[in-house]
Design a protein around this ligand. Sequence first.
Ligand code: SF4
Length: 869
Amino acid sequence: MTTVKTTCPYCGVGCGVLATPRPDGTVDIAGDPDHPANFGRLCSKGSALGETLSLDGRLLHPEIGDERASWDDALDLVAQRFAATIAEHGPQSVAIYGSGQLLTEDYYVANKLMKGFIGAANIDTNSRLCMASSVAGHKRAFGSDTVPGNYEDLEQADLIVLVGSNLGWCHPVLYQRIVAARDARPDMKIVLVDPRRTVSADIADLHLPISPDGDTALFVGLLAHLADAGRIDRDFIADHTNGFEAADTVASDWPVDRVATVTGLSVDSIVAFYNLFAETEKVVTVYSQGVNQSAAGTDKVNAIINCHLSTGRIGRPGMGPFSVTGQPNAMGGREVGGLANMLASHMDFVPEAIDRVGRFWGSDRVARQPGLKAVDLFAAMARGEIKAVWIMATNPVVSMPDADAVRAALAGCPFVVVSDMNRDTDTMALAHVRLPALGWGEKDGTVTNSERRISRQRPFLAAPGEAKPDWWIVQEVARRMGHGAAFAYDGPAEIFAEHAALSAFENGGTRDFDLSGLADADYESLAPVQWPVRDGSTARMFGDGAFYTADRKARFVPVEPPPRFASSPGTFILNTGRVRDHWHTMTRTGKAARLSAHMAEPFVEIHPTDAVALGIRRASLVRLSNEQGSVLVRALVTDRQSRGQLFVPMHWTLQFAASGRVDVLVPGKTDPVSGQPALKMAKVHAEPARIRLYGFLVSSNKPALTADYWALAPAPDGWRAELGWVEESDDWSALLGTDNPQSVTDNRSGRRAFVHIKDGRLVAALYVSPDPVLVSRQWAVGLLGEADLGAATVLAGRPGGNVVDGGAIVCSCNSVGINTITEAITRHGCATVDAIGARTRAGTNCGSCRAELRGILDQLRVRETVDAV
Ligand code: SF4
């Protein structure tokens, strides 16, 4: 068996993975101990990669309409329709919408076709939803889209400020590195700035539950405080920056009490944070979607960078602003120019760059101006201005704001091509042509992580069916459109070499992105390396105080904070984000039973006081709505959520839930500089859903669900589904696979249970109740794998006396539930996360649940203290 070194396809941490295919078709997955991003660690998602590789649901051959087609016919049709549309309506009438899942080589070829040969810049990407504000903020401050530091800085810092970043769930391996560093250096301080008390708060010395979009005021006020306290570095400001006075003038209008009014924070907590920042030299400010996904995202980024520039804390070990990307190759997309407002290779739409790129590509047709950014692109499609679109490796019908409008725009678009690995996505359903692309484990290329580190993604599986690499698909269309001479690559190595050559072309140190040192690199054996690569890898940027502006000085950006965001009476502010064990629209993680065990359905986090006021009970169903649409989700009542605010994850699609696409509620409001949508700031109404019956189903076969509410997830030996009906129902035969199930009814409570057993094995069990079903999910799911089952055991709806119910899963790697963990703490005296792990194995594999274990420990300690009092 050969072990292949590759890279995780999920988040922007970019962990190295060792993949070992076995003769039985399974693949062993382990963290790569030599990869500098993770040194062998993986999170729950990365650890479960081997469970997501089945061909279930894969698109294995091209389709035109719903009919199987040959590659030649499909490619001819795409090329002919794009060419005809351009001929009739001009190049601005076509578009490509890509993804941070694309490899750099795929991205490069797609960008070259659109900007270099079609001659329009209408190629944008789901990275617009992720980090466009960071790009814009970097460019305003540094003159280039440059992440200054690296992951080691997080371990070397004495203060880490996490702003709008739930690393514990969204970038778990970075979180684990910080926890390990803090364990080694207990004096390290961590501040969390986030409206929610996320799991990342469990390692924070100070949590600032800031009001939505209050971050700008917090950092503008910090700049004023640094100046007042004499903590600014006047030499660095004079020698290496411009514009401090203007930024300082704005900031001087933001004393702490005004900051407190806008942020909703106490003066004491703000002062504590300001003093900590002022007095600590080694500070890293880590930020991600909570900063970027805002109508003021770019200003937030610059407010943060201003504080680092004013103190000269940039480009040196253990300090700097640090944007962490969501997608695995968001950085690679930025490098090639995969955003509509960038040309190529970190060059802008300025005459000398357009001329340079045109000469390099051999094209006189290079786009001369930026194209449509994601929200504008789909709005133009809705107006009929985009008449042909190609969507690559992403699912905008779920992930875009105003998702129903995006679906309607695609439904009305005359020609929609989707290339993806999966046949049944909400977006694929609207395609006129479906093109099967390779997936992780099959693809070959490079990705770049959040610290500018380029790593290889290598194949270890054969291409299934007729699936092809994305770069090949684009190249074949380009050739059919008459651009064959410029698209004659024989593989990703050749594309990467051209990409590296373009980065170095007429560069001479004037541009940050430079891979000249990789010109002769052996692509196959390429080791992880941080760009720029001139004489070698570059760990940090700007250590010499030279930036990529005309005078090589960084720029302060005067930032005026927006007023405090106020929701109208009766409405909530809706925040959207991720859960620990799922990735984006679940096309991959939705296949792994153990990843679905942690959070098996869409939910809304709501504060207990708000829940009581609205009559929303724990685990009941909640209707969220506004003028754009509505969703139906489970109530998760928790004081981790601030009052007046709600949180709903963004993962659930029509493939997994009847009504869980939360982005139907989010308006298409964007940051005016970056075009990034404000995905965390929708206004919604919340009300208890009128549900007559709740249900829970376990089934050995995938059920067809038609209930008013349903959420489907895989189980180890079948499927599980949460159900709800607004009217009384008694037609269960389709769910149970029989007209004659065994059943039991409790007339007093109205609870009923039905079971279908065949040859001692469970075919299906259904529990229905006027209230949320209380049956232990883990116990019921476990029944699917048992032999010699008796109906009475299943109908009882709870484990027998000799069966332990572990409770809801906390550690998905080792399937350890909350009951087991609670028992370890309360009965067996486990007082640390390590002690819990030693007793139960929870948290001993990937470590992604260790923050939750710490939270459970803290809660039980608080309860013990209260009981003692
Ligand atoms: S932190 Fe997890 S999801 Fe992110 S790259 Fe590493 S293993 Fe993959």
